[in-house]
Design a protein around this ligand. Sequence first.
Ligand SMILES: Cc1cc2nc3c(=O)[nH]c(=O)nc-3n(C[C@H](O)[C@H](O)[C@H](O)COP(=O)(O)O)c2cc1C
Length: 255
Amino acid sequence: MTTTQTIQTLLSHRTVRRFTDQPVPDAHIQLAIEAGQRASTSSAVQAYSMIRLTDRAKRQTLAELCGNQKQVEKAGAFFVICADTRRHRLITERADAPYNAALEAFMVAVIDASLFAQNVVVAFESLGYGICYIGALRNQLPAVDELLSIPHGVYPLFGLCVGMEQRSEAGASDPIIDTIPRPRLPKQAVSFDNRYPSDAEVLGFIDQYNVQYASYLEARGATPRGWSDAIGTKFTNVSRPDLATYYQSKGACLE
Ligand SMILES: Cc1cc2nc3c(=O)[nH]c(=O)nc-3n(C[C@H](O)[C@H](O)[C@H](O)COP(=O)(O)O)c2cc1C
């Protein structure tokens, strides 16, 4: 079957959580930003920004705020991806016109920022780097906000670790377990023709995946359990309940 280098890069993705100390050269960062900026953007609003953490002390504090995830401190480079309506607000303010925030403006910014980030990620991966998104950045947003002097209209969404992967030494006592790709749902479970499938069909695909997911966990040395089990636990508990309050305080209209 025909394939391309781009598709090979996409298919080889797996999250990397252990990095060497090797820094990421600025030339590569600039290339990745340029690739990120080529992502499609709703009506060219370009509602995103990326903050690079070069200050060691700030990186360390941020790692603590992200649940002490070591990769935040250790990776060659670390960025915070923001949905960003600041520029739009400055434009309307300078024109003495009201900035009318609505849910649509927030959604456009979150979608734009995510497309930008994924382009950045693919660019880095194509250059041979490993990456780890950090959703735990949203654990303590008011503290992140203060640390990075986030202005009104800017919404930090997630962090991004980039660097060269630390490989396990042969016979290491703590071998790296992320080398097995995490399986995904069957293609038929996420892509449909002409109509959405019935609940019974959807549950059938999930049950098929549960078996594969449990084997994957077992191979990693983790307790084998189905995907349903993990998802059931995740979505019966509310996580980060203060997000709306924080994003509204930064100007988001969530209605
Ligand atoms: C928005 C987002 C936030 C994430 N946050 C974290 C995180 O805080 N820590 C972490 O170790 N992995 C994080 N991940 C990585 C996911 O756990 C990982 O992508 C998922 O388990 C699939 O595994 P794979 O990327 O290796 O295929 C995040 C991924 C995304 C897309």
